[in-house]
Ligand binder design. Structure first.
Ligand code: FAD
Length: 447
């Protein structure tokens, strides 16, 4: 496709958010008799799914301690459920299996899920939790567990397949998707902050409205937009904390055990829910019995034909390199810096064996292929969905977001019809105003 010189809406990034926004915006414009997607252009420097959305494990869950996250996730699950086939969505459910230190937090999540009508069951007590898990997997053996939250909705989706499903829907409404064009800067008007054109390595595109949905590359575009590199945060102590970096990176560690996905079927022969286990019981090596950790740890896993085995991950680690020096490209499995190593395989396979007997002695089947990737996080590790420079809408999901397929629907509403109550808690003003999201006991920065 040749590069247009002018469009009304220019969406940067063909990941889950850029494509979902394009689709919902085009559908709304069409419904309002305003020409559908013909005024919408999505541009991507590489291809559809070249970023985090294309390598995501694909887990879709509601299990968040923050009420605003839960409400938004419930809306996202509705979008997944609207066309499971097109989105390659597997509604198998999700389980959060937790130690005593997390029981109260998860009980609260369950109570609030009931209040918003999100179907889930909560089991409390060590014996009760074990019996519940053994009712699903007879070989369940995880220790240090005193509660189980079983979300009956959610599950997982296949990363690239769902993106192509979204792209097909957007293109069906007339949206144009231009790949191989990299945004290198912005032009602005003389009398306003507004962006008048998006500059790419293939030429400039004049536009009325910009949507930024660039996932891990947000720091680069943020810098091009000359937005502040640091921010002041009114903390829970009531004091103002200045000069907090706006962005930082965490590396996600994921991999696949190359067994037949059917290996993980339930006692009833069904495909199981996605399993997430956190525990403070010591983790020992499944190879030689040595201690791996005696601190709280967690893993998640699911059988997945797309990945060809049991796929999942463990806790991420913070990238200590200064944010401007982090090499985001080449991204994902191509990165020389941010792919998992043998330590991850050892820990994760040992953790699988800790949870279920069927995984004992299976580490030799771990797929030795590059996997994992980095995510760009906000100061509180929760998303920022907000307007900047008058006409630039930034979708920065702080790496929560493959599951957030419904954010684009809310953004489309904000672009055309006014504020979305679901997105209101994610404005950047929450930092200086001290309207922070509550923090849980989970060892993961995204729960
Ligand atoms: C290993 C891993 C596993 C994950 N697993 C899950 C999960 O199970 N569930 C979940 O909910 N979330 C998961 N996440 C998080 C989730 O993948 C991201 O939060 C989400 O995909 C971000 O979507 P996005 O649309 O914002 O960005 P992306 O999908 O990263 O898309 C951004 C696009 O922008 C393009 N781009 C960047 N810069 C430019 C530029 N200058 N010009 C033009 N185009 C540009 C890129 O090429 C890319 O295609 C995972 C993340 C990782 C790394």
């Amino acid at each position: 496709m040749s590069i247009p010189s002018q469009v009304k809406y220019c969406i940067i990034g063909a990941g889950i958010h850029g494509l979902s926004t394009a689709w919902h915006l085009a559908a709304k414009l069409e419904a309002q008799g305003k020409g559908g997607g013909k005024d919408i252009l999505v541009i991507d420097k590489t291809s559809i799914g070249a970023g985090a959305s294309g390598i995501a494990c694909g887990v879709v869950r509601n299990n968040y301690y923050q009420p605003a996250m839960r409400e938004l996730m419930a809306a996202c699950v509705e979008v997944w459920e609207s066309d499971p086939e097109a989105f390659s969505y597997h509604p198998v459910g999700y389980m959060q299996i937790s130690p005593e230190a997390m029981r109260e937090d998860v009980a609260k999540i369950h109570a609030e899920q009931q209040a918003i009508g999100y179907d889930s069951a909560f089991i409390e007590g060590a014996g009760e939790s074990e019996a519940y898990m053994k009712g699903i997997f007879s070989d369940w053996q995880a220790k240090g567990i005193t509660s189980v939250l079983h979300e009956k909705k959610g599950g997982y989706a296949n990363n690239l397949a769902s993106l192509y499903g979204l792209a097909t829907k957007a293109e069906g409404h007339g949206v144009r998707i231009l790949t191989g064009a990299k945004v290198t800067g912005f032009e602005t008007g003389h009398n306003s902050e507004a962006v008048t054109a998006v500059v790419t390595d293939k030429g400039s595109i004049a536009c009325d409205q910009v949507v930024v949905a660039v996932g891990p590359w947000i720091n680069q575009i943020w810098t091009m937009l000359e937005l502040p590199q640091t921010i002041s945060i009114k903390g829970r102590d009531g004091k103002m904390h200045d000069d907090i970096p706006m962005w930082r990176y965490w590396a996600l560690e994921e991999g696949t055990l190359g067994v037949d996905p059917n290996f993980q079927k339930t006692n009833d022969g069904a495909m199981p829910p996605v399993i997430h286990v956190d525990t403070d019981a010591p983790l020992h090596s499944d190879v030689d019995g040595s201690l791996i950790t005696d601190k709280i740890w967690g893993i998640y896993y699911k059988p997945d034909f797309n990945f060809g085995g049991i796929q999942g991950g463990a806790m991420p680690y913070e990238v200590k390199t200064p944010v401007d020096q982090v090499a985001v490209d080449p991204y994902g499995p191509e990165s020389p810096d941010f792919v998992v190593d043998d330590n991850f395989a050892h820990m994760w396979c040992s953790a699988l064996a800790f949870c279920q007997k069927r995984f004992e002695g299976q580490i030799g089947k771990y797929k030795k292929e590059a996997s994992g990737g980095i995510g760009c996080f906000t100061p509180d590790s929760f998303p920022v969905f907000d307007r900047f420079r008058d006409n630039v809408y930034v979708i920065a999901d702080s790496n929560h977001g493959y599951k957030m397929i419904g954010v684009g629907k809310e953004v489309a509403q904000e672009l055309l019809d006014g504020k979305s109550a679901l997105l209101e808690p994610f404005r950047v003003s929450r930092y200086p105003e001290g309207r922070l999201h509550p923090v849980s006991q989970s060892p993961f920065p995204w729960s």
